[in-house]
Ligand binder design. Structure first.
Ligand code: ATP
Length: 550
């Protein structure tokens, strides 16, 4: 029902039109069954007039149901497309930390499985809707035939419906409980695709992965769906049985206990038989509709932010004078785990034309600081100020436009997105040559890369190229040089960084390459989330401006 309401809320006009056509179709079907029943009982003559009425009703029923289905289908397809776009936009608008907490497997499950479930059930809504109108039309005809029998029919249908509903709901609740397993299945899929080398190489690991992780998850899902399908089958078949009981009662008991004529009885039985097909289809389709409802509930639980479709395209700032980091902190909490990691409070300043290295052991908080600096995380305490203006929720997006970053877990798109062709064309060939990629990759006029099937080091160079072309005032490289050969490390640290500095950029480099620490104007050292007094930078460096938190 939630899914139907969801569809109605989105497109009231088209839904009303489809309802009208559907109701007309249902009315035609009910009228047709009345004509048939009258003709069979001899109440109306079966001459050309009757035949014409039959033909007109059958044709009108066909046309109205066709249009109802066409309108509802277009409504459903339009909604599905909008839903996909909206979900993508919502994910992009949601704070990074919230997405990290949900986990990539849950997002993937939502983007593929939940959208698919909603699509399947939305596709059934037109059919369900038309069947419902036929059922209502037939019930209307039954009421017109005999009000006393109709009352009995309603009581019978209510009791039968309740008995149908109990196992049906049990099946739905089993599927709802198993929904978490669906996300775990996506986690396993990620294990298979992302960890393929590790799993292929080590047979014991592969066997353990299948036995301890993959098989239990698929098996839990399998059992849940088998159990649910038993309840669904019980509900549907019970519904069909109840229906036969009803027809039996009409034929064998009603003539003895109710004051109905043979003509009414025949009309009633015929209508009941006619009702069987739409009712059975309805009962079969209800479980699929429930899966769509469960998917909708699941999507709502992700608590994604509303998409910012009306936000204007922001201009990237050309320069800045001072970025102040005033006592910012961030803490990672883990479910079912008392251990937590806190970064900060961090105090520091960035100015143009300066290279700042962030160093520290694994897990000391360098990447976390980079995420806070770039505005990807919102500080829990303290604040960032750019040219004296505090960074707030309202201007965070604008603040992020100061940065171009290549993170250690970078993603390389297969085209240079977000860059105007003129911006690209001017400097592209020169950069490709300097990054020694001109023999490997070409980039066409639309900015599409000829290939991304390259070594990790080469892909990182392409990511650097995309970052370079962005031409932002602040650059951040998270262990960029870690996968580069010694010759290219030299090019990166001794040439490229210096060029950015000369161009007046502020350059933040997260690095473990202690041979190149002399390149830095300042070095910031992190240890367990706290700033330490840093080792001395190059002799020409300015005094250290990072201060240790008190
Ligand atoms: N998404 C996360 N959820 C929970 N804890 C996290 C998350 N990311 C990092 N951490 C924790 O925060 C700490 C700092 O991680 P961070 O990635 O900032 O370290 P780092 O200095 O960049 O390490 P490395 O040199 O290994 O890249 C780690 O101890 C880690 O356990």
């Amino acid at each position: 029902m939630k899914l139907v309401l969801f569809l109605i809320q989105r497109a009231k006009g088209r839904f009303a039109l489809a309802t009208l056509f559907g109701l007309l179709g249902g009315a035609m079907s009910a009228a047709l069954i009345a004509v048939i029943s009258n003709a069979l009982s001899g109440a109306t003559p079966t001459g050309p007039g009757g035949m014409l009425t039959f033909a007109v009703l059958a044709t009108l029923g066909l046309v109205t149901r066709f249009f109802s289905q066409v309108v509802l289908n277009s409504l459903h397809q339009g909604e599905l497309q909008r839903l996909r776009l909206q979900l993508g936009r919502q994910i992009l608008a949601t704070p990074l930390r919230r997405l990290e907490e949900a986990g990539p497997h849950r997002l993937q499950s939502a983007l593929s499985n939940d959208i698919q479930a909603m699509s399947s059930s939305m596709g059934l809504i037109p059919v369900i809707f038309i069947d419902l109108t036929v059922v209502l039309g037939c019930l209307g005809y039954m009421a017109w035939l005999s009000s006393s029998s109709f009352l009995g029919t309603v009581v019978f249908l209510l009791v039968g419906g309740l008995i149908y509903w109990i196992p049906q709901e049990r099946g739905v609740s089993i599927v709802r409980q198993a929904h978490g397993q669906q996300s775990l299945l996506f986690k396993c899929f990620r294990g298979i695709t992302d960890g393929i080398k590790e799993l292929k190489l080590n047979q014991a690991r592969r066997a353990a992965f299948i036995k301890e992780s993959f098989e239990p998850t698929t098996s839990a899902l399998h059992h849940a769906h088998v159990r649910a399908s038993r309840y669904y089958a019980a509900a549907t078949n019970w519904g069909t049985f109840i229906f036969l009981v009803f027809i039996g009662l009409m034929i064998y008991a009603a003539p003895h206990v109710l004051d109905v004529s043979a003509k009414e009885l025949m009309g009633y039985t015929l209508t009941a038989l006619y009702l069987q097909q739409p009712l059975t289809t309805l009962m079969r389709n209800v479980p699929v509709l429930s899966q769509g409802n469960i998917a909708l509930e699941h999507l709502k639980k992700l608590t994604l932010s509303p998409p910012d479709t009306s936000a204007p395209l922001l201009q990237a700032p050309r320069s800045f004078e001072r970025l102040e980091v005033a006592g910012i902190t961030h803490t990672y909490f883990r479910d079912n785990d008392d251990s937590r990691f806190t970064l900060g409070p961090i105090h520091l300043e960035l100015v143009p034309g300066e290279i700042v290295f962030i160093i520290g052991g694994n897990g000391s908080g360098k990447t976390t600081l980079a995420k806070l600096l770039t505005g990807l995380y919102t500080p829990e305490a303290g604040e960032l100020r750019i040219d004296g203006r505090p960074v707030t929720d309202e201007n965070r997006e604008q603040y992020q436009q100061y940065f171009s970053a290549v993170f250690s877990d970078f993603h390389l798109f297969d085209s240079l997105l977000g860059l105007a062709p003129a911006e690209r064309a001017q400097r592209l060939q020169g950069y490709l040559e300097r990054l020694q990629l001109d023999k490997k990759v070409s980039i066409n006029e639309a900015g599409v890369l000829s290939t991304t099937d390259l070594s990790l080091g080469q892909r990182k160079r392409l990511a650097l190229l995309a970052s370079w072309l962005e031409d932002r005032p602040i650059y951040l490289f998270d262990e960029w040089a870690a996968d580069q050969d010694p010759a290219f490390k030299n090019v990166f640290y001794l040439e490229l960084l210096q060029e950015l500095k000369r161009a007046g950029k502020s350059v933040v480099v997260i690095s473990h390459d202690n041979h190149y620490f002399h390149v830095a104007d300042r070095i910031i050292q992190l240890d367990s989330g706290r700033l330490l007094e840093a080792p001395s930078a190059s002799p020409k460096a300015e005094p250290l401006r990072a201060t240790v938190a008190s």
